[in-house]
Design a protein around this ligand. Structure first.
Ligand code: ZN
Length: 415
């Protein structure tokens, strides 16, 4: 059985010169050595990650009802970089990226096209996978689907009811969320505004608090529905991800990652539900919320109608230039999606490729470790909170091996 990128211990021999004894990480776009520096740890948002086992990351994935836009792509390219770096530091990674294939927006989109919701979902997933491949985003270790976790959501609801973290009202099971805004660092009016925006105030009769959210809710006649102890119904959005993460990765994760718009209410409630049901806190060691992608000064969103589609950009730019354009910034920074970003990334990429032509092989510490190998300098920048601009600038200055390593580890080689 072949696993995802395999990690072996590097013995200080350049892979290119001695293939049989070589070691390193084999990715979609090439081979690069595992860090020599055993203390080299990935640091995210001020936290150093040194998991004993593989890094466990949950990435909030897509609701497959429409084509992939740059806002989605940015999230998944950053997630891909986290796992690549975890592997490059020798940690390894297990990644779950879910598919929210039970959701009212999906049901509505399918209905308006005269399709069944799971047929539309499968088609959109196929297109999404194609876009991800073009951006060299590796497939996650596991891709839990909401449809396959309905029973897990009913178990989650039962667990929450058992500890009085939830209550039942007429076929709804509501999670007690009155404390969630404060734990998320939000005042009530901001939290209420956000929960309206993301649908948490729709179709929720009989709640004790406006911040309670459905773990389970009854389905109307034309909604997808499954049996449960509380009648036929369907899971709530936050509960789906709470159930999927526990089923995929256990009761806690090292990294919870998604777009910044998922911070509240989605991730706040997902985390609160898992913690209440399992008693394990904190649910997430580090939380990475990727900065908002904007177009014409506004958040890129289907509802705003300002989407830039990955498929359209791929007709103009190579996947590697798009990938670098998405990564060449601080991960939390909001940015404006315009062609200048990808033109500039294409120019930097061309320079890196030309510098990498002069590489003589990865600079290993075979000389006793007196000098810092050039690829280690690049890796050190990258593991320091994913400092891609710092790593690019170092590679442009040093050229040769540093540029070559950067192209490999950022997966920017032409395929
Ligand atoms: Zn989610």
């Amino acid at each position: 059985m072949t696993g995802p990128a395999e990690v072996r211990h590097h013995r200080g021999v350049p892979p290119s010169s001695h293939p049989p004894s070589s070691s390193g990480v084999v990715g979609a776009a090439g081979r690069y050595p595992v860090a020599e520096d055993r203390a080299l740890a990935l640091t995210l948002a001020g936290r150093s990650l040194l998991p004993v086992g593989p890094l466990r990351m949950y990435t909030c994935g897509i609701t497959p009802y429409d084509v992939t836009h740059v806002g989605h792509a940015a999230t998944f390219v950053w997630a891909d970089l986290v796992t690549t770096l975890a592997r490059a530091t020798g940690t390894g990674a297990v990644v779950a990226r879910n598919v929210t294939d039970i959701d009212d927006v999906l049901t509505d989109a399918a209905r308006s096209r005269g399709r069944h919701f799971d047929e539309l979902a499968l088609m959109q997933e196929f297109l999404f996978d194609r876009d991800m491949k073009a951006l060299s985003v590796a497939a996650p270790t596991t891709s839990p689907h909401a449809r396959a976790h309905v029973r897990a959501v009913t178990r989650l609801a039962s667990a929450l009811l058992a500890v009085d973290a939830a209550y039942e009202v007429d076929g709804h099971v509501y999670f007690r969320g009155a404390d969630v805004p404060e734990s998320a660092g939000l005042d009530e009016s901001t939290a209420l505004k956000l929960s309206h925006r993301y649908g948490d105030q729709d179709g929720v009769p009989g709640r004790e608090s406006v911040f309670d959210v459905p773990v389970w809710r009854p389905s109307a006649e034309n909604d997808p529905a499954w049996p449960s102890p509380w009648g036929w119904g369907r899971p709530g959005w936050h509960a789906e991800c709470a159930a999927m993460v526990v089923c995929s990765l256990g009761t806690s994760v090292d990294v919870l990652l998604g777009g910044v718009d998922l911070a509240f209410p989605h991730h706040a409630y997902q985390s609160a539900m898992v913690e209440a049901a399992t008693g394990v806190t904190p649910f997430a060691g580090s939380v990475v919320h990727v900065g908002e992608v904007r177009r014409d000064g506004r958040k890129m969103a289907k509802s705003t109608g300002n989407l830039v589609l990955v498929g359209d950009l791929l007709e103009v730019y190579p996947g590697a230039a798009l990938r670098l354009g998405l990564l060449h910034r601080a991960w939390a920074e909001p940015w404006e999606c315009e062609t200048a970003v990808f033109d500039a990334a294409g120019a930097v990429l061309a320079e890196l490729v030309s510098l990498a032509d002069t590489a003589v092989g990865h600079g290993d510490a075979a000389d006793g470790g007196a000098a810092v190998p050039s690829h280690q300098g690049v890796l050190r920048r990258l593991v320091d909170d994913l400092d891609v601009p710092g790593a690019v600038s170092l590679a442009l200055t040093e050229g040769g091996d540093a540029a070559s390593y950067l192209l490999d580890v950022l997966k920017l080689r032409a395929r």
